[in-house]
Design a protein around this ligand. Structure first.
Ligand code: S3P
Length: 427
């Protein structure tokens, strides 16, 4: 599908962006651990999270949507059944990596596969530590999907993650809950901690220190009523949009502002953005707030180091903000972008260049010269990546001449209402 984005004169209004994708995935996967009915308010109904639902249904969960609430009935971890079909994880790395951890301790065989993008993404990062806990597997070219996981008895381990990854950490915690002995995961830079928060709420024995999380198996886990905040990674598009489109003012309601996810707020503030955090509170065990954003002149920024896991998914749209900032901006230490839904360094630099942005790729990031950039419409491609599609759409809002985005349906992965949100705000 091709979408056309036209320049707008302002963005105004109040919106609820899409519910949080990471937390929505986890409500379904973690509910599998606890026998009984879990309920989820504000579950993200998008391709990625519906994929997770269908995988868990193949493992014996019953999942239904009733009055906007997701009802999940689990037979309990010990009653999960061997799937009769390949578990199709679609485009979702979170689904595949977390399921590998869940299945590592189950006494049966399951095959995990995905779309062309997911089947090229590295699974070694979960397969190696899980196999050192005792899981057996076979995979294409050793560690790429499709993967056949043969679960069984596991032994707890202490594991230092070579790259900070919430998906790896979560997979190891899910396996650790089913292992004999304690599992400890160490990370150099803090990755998102939704799994730890949610497991603790369910009654798991989780001990946390900065850079270290430890799970002691054995506690009985109870089903929960979850409430999912709206996704800061989806809000990011409108934080940037309202900052760069003249005369804009947007109130983003009920956004998750977990400190392991809010790096974009720090970066936009240091670029001079006008952001106000309103009514911060806790809901469903997560920090939540409304965010008011108004147009402001932006200055260049350099981003590197430990902040990366706190904003990795937002870097494509941060590149758009950099395109209008005064000066040269630099992103370093972001090599993880090369193994996301697409190589996001290659995709964002090639597509923003077409739109007139002076952006150059480096091995671990990119450099953007805002003073030499002049956004003009062009035909661009999402590369099948939802966050690239939405970032290009935000650039299109300030480009002279229309911007045509090919493969724009990619937004359905995390934010099916994205185009409607733009329309509501620009009317
Ligand atoms: C996610 C973790 C992040 C993020 C991804 C979702 C999660 O990846 O980029 O979009 O839900 O756990 P890492 O596992 O590399 O941290």
């Amino acid at each position: 599908m091709r979408s056309t984005v036209n320049k707008v004169s302002y963005l105004r209004g109040e919106v609820e962006v899409a519910p949080d994708k990471s937390i929505s995935h986890r409500t379904v996967i973690l509910s599998a651990l606890a026998e009984g009915r879990s309920r989820v308010k504000n579950f993200l109904q998008a391709e990625d999270t519906l994929t997770t639902c269908s995988c868990l249904q193949s493992l014996g969960l019953s999942i239904q949507l009733q009055d906007n609430e997701l009802l999940i009935d689990s037979p309990g971890i010990n009653q999960l059944r061997e799937p009769e079909v390949v578990l199709d994880c679609g485009n979702s790395g979170t689904t595949m990596r977390l399921l590998a951890g869940l299945l590592a301790g189950r006494p049966f065989t399951a095959v995990l596969s995905g779309d062309a993008s997911l089947n090229k993404r590295p699974m070694r990062r979960v397969l190696i530590p899980l196999s050192s806990m005792g899981m057996r597997f076979m995979a294409r070219q050793d560690t790429y999907p499709p993967i056949a996981v043969q679960g069984g008895s596991l032994q707890g381990i202490e594991y230092q993650m070579p790259v900070a990854s919430a998906q790896v950490k979560s997979a190891l915690l899910l396996a650790g809950l089913q292992a004999a002995g304690v599992t400890t995961v160490l990370e150099n830079a803090l990755s998102r901690d939704h799994t730890e928060r949610m497991l603790a709420a369910m009654g798991a024995q989780i001990e946390r220190q900065p850079g270290r999380v430890r799970v002691v198996p054995g506690a009985e886990l109870s089903p929960q009523d979850w409430e999912v905040p709206n996704d800061i990674s989806s809000a990011a598009f409108f934080l940037v949009a309202a900052s760069i489109v003249p005369n804009s003012e947007i109130l983003l309601k009920q956004v998750g502002v977990n400190p392991t996810r809010d790096g974009i707020l720090d970066v936009l503030r240091s670029m001079g953005a006008d952001l106000e955090i309103i009514n911060p509170h806790t809901a469903g065990g997560e920090p939540v707030a409304d965010i008011l954003v108004r147009t402001a002149p932006l200055r260049a920024v350099e981003i590197q180091g430990d902040i990366m896991p706190r904003l990795i998914d937002e870097l494509p749209v941060i590149a758009v903000a950099m395109a209008v900032a005064d000066g040269t901006s630099v992103v370093r230490d972001a090599e993880e972008l090369r193994v996301k839904e697409t190589d996001r360094i290659a995709a964002i630099t090639s597509e923003l260049s077409r739109l007139g942005v002076a952006i150059e790729a480096t091995p671990d990031g990119f450099v953007v010269d805002g003073t030499k950039s002049c956004l003009r419409g062009a035909t661009v491609n999402s590369h099948g990546d939802h966050r690239i599609a939405m970032s290009l759409a935000i650039a299109g809002l300030i480009a002279d001449q229309p911007t045509y985005i090919d493969n724009a349906e990619a937004v359905n992965i995390s934010y099916p209402e994205f185009w409607n949100t733009i329309q509501t705000l620009s009317r």
